[in-house]
Design a protein around this ligand. Structure first.
Ligand SMILES: Nc1nc2c(c(=O)[nH]1)N[C@H]1C(S)=C(S)[C@@H](COP(=O)(O)O)O[C@H]1N2
Ligand SMILES: [Mo]
Length: 359
């Protein structure tokens, strides 16, 4: 297959949101699978697909700078994890007033099985300086960027995708951050960051830098467009905060939103996830402002992936019903009724309201 055929195949089943740079969300049915097949995994890219020369440079405030190839990474101990990635802008169109930014519906969330090496093991090879503060990750992708009017012309005309993580977290073996070279058992595809990318479990997916090109240990906190410009919660009434871990959220997959079902018993099902540890309870409501009933929540199949929940609904009353689902995570976070509005529309984890007509 030519590159174009391969890309066309990767993209055929997705709901395109923007052709250039290519951004697309998963089909609704994909939310019902435990592992999202690669061709159904949402895609979010800020720039055109880059050229990547196949090497990864690691330097900055380290004792031993190194350059690694895909073969070098494959020669290291491999680790695998199923990781739910959600775009921080997922669900943005439900915020009022409507923020600018990609108008994702609610399907910029997917779960893939990633294979690669531990970031902390790669960093250890370089002996980072004790004065290190942040680790800067640079993608190979770059291009014009006109979303921030205060950027200098040089940046507006050719900006590179760069993000950083605190060094202590990048070095923490328990964080299990990966430099991944396989997704669902195949080499990474073009849209998902080939030949290798960062996968940062529990964080909104902006942290998972694709087409990874350079890693640098910094002795100062990193500031840049994708760190301190965009991907900040700009609250109306309190200081801004960086977008970091995924907020607790549940979604309903069955019955489908807006569907018509016959009166009788129905299994209501869906997914729930959080970046602050597992989801510990899911409740369902069948009326506005009414009672909440505990749903059956499946234990997570792994520490970083969404969980299944279900609820047996005796749908005997004919008419329209408003079904809601609300998740609570291990840290005690509960979904809010109303989206937590912020200027750029990040982190909408408001309780979903689904209409179902019973006939
Ligand atoms: N180099 C690079 N990495 C990136 C991005 C990007 O534009 N460039 N987008 C980020 C954002 S905002 C998201 S939501 C995820 C999407 O990953 P996916 O396309 O594999 O779903 O990649 C992240 N990593
Ligand atoms: Mo994103």
């Amino acid at each position: 297959m030519s590159l174009t055929d391969e890309l066309a195949a990767e993209r055929a089943a997705l709901q395109m949101i923007n052709p250039a740079p290519y951004n697309a969300e998963a089909p609704a049915a994909a939310l019902a699978t435990e592992i999202t097949p690669t061709e159904f995994h949402y895609v979010r890219s800020n720039f055109p697909l880059p050229e990547h020369d196949g090497t990864l440079q690691i330097g900055g405030a380290v004792q031993t700078p190194i350059t690694l190839t895909l073969d070098d990474l494959r020669a290291m101990p491999a680790h695998e994890a199923a990781v739910t990635l959600e775009c921080a802008g997922n669900g943005r169109p439900a915020m009022r007033p409507l923020p600018t930014g990609e108008p994702w519906g609610d399907y910029a969330v997917s779960t893939a099985r990633w294979k690669g090496v531990y970031l902390h093991e790669v960093l250890a090879q370089t002996s980072p300086s004790a004065t290190g503060v942040d680790v800067r990750f640079e993608g190979a992708d770059h291009g014009p960027y006109h979303l921030n009017p205060v950027l200098a012309d040089t940046d507006r005309n050719n900006l590179t995708f760069v993000r950083a993580l605190p060094l202590v977290q990048a070095l923490d073996p328990n964080a299990e951050m990966l430099i991944a070279y396989e997704m669902n058992g195949e080499p990474l595809g073009q849209d998902h960051g080939a030949p290798f990318r960062l996968v940062v479990p529990h964080w909104y997916a902006v942290a998972s830098v694709k087409w990874l090109k350079r890693i640098d240990v910094l002795t100062e906190p990193y500031a840049g467009e994708f760190q301190t410009g965009h991907y900040m919660y700009e609250w109306p009434d309190r200081p801004p905060e960086p977008v970091d871990i995924m907020r607790v959220r549940a979604r309903m997959t069955t019955p489908a939103a807006g569907s018509t079902i016959a009166a009788g018993s129905h299994a209501v099902r869906g997914k729930a996830w959080s970046g602050a540890g597992p989801v510990v309870r899911v409740d369902v409501s069948l009326t506005g402002a009414g009672e909440w009933y505990a749903a059956k929540l499946e234990p997570p199949s792994g520490p970083y992936q969404w969980q299944d929940w279900s609820f047996d609904w005796e749908a005997t009353d004919v008419g329209r019903h408003t079904v809601r689902v609300r998740a609570t995570d291990a840290a005690g976070n509960v979904q809010p009724e109303v989206p937590p509005w912020n200027r750029l529309g990040y982190g909408n984890n408001a309780i979903e309201v689904v209409y179902v007509d019973v006939i």
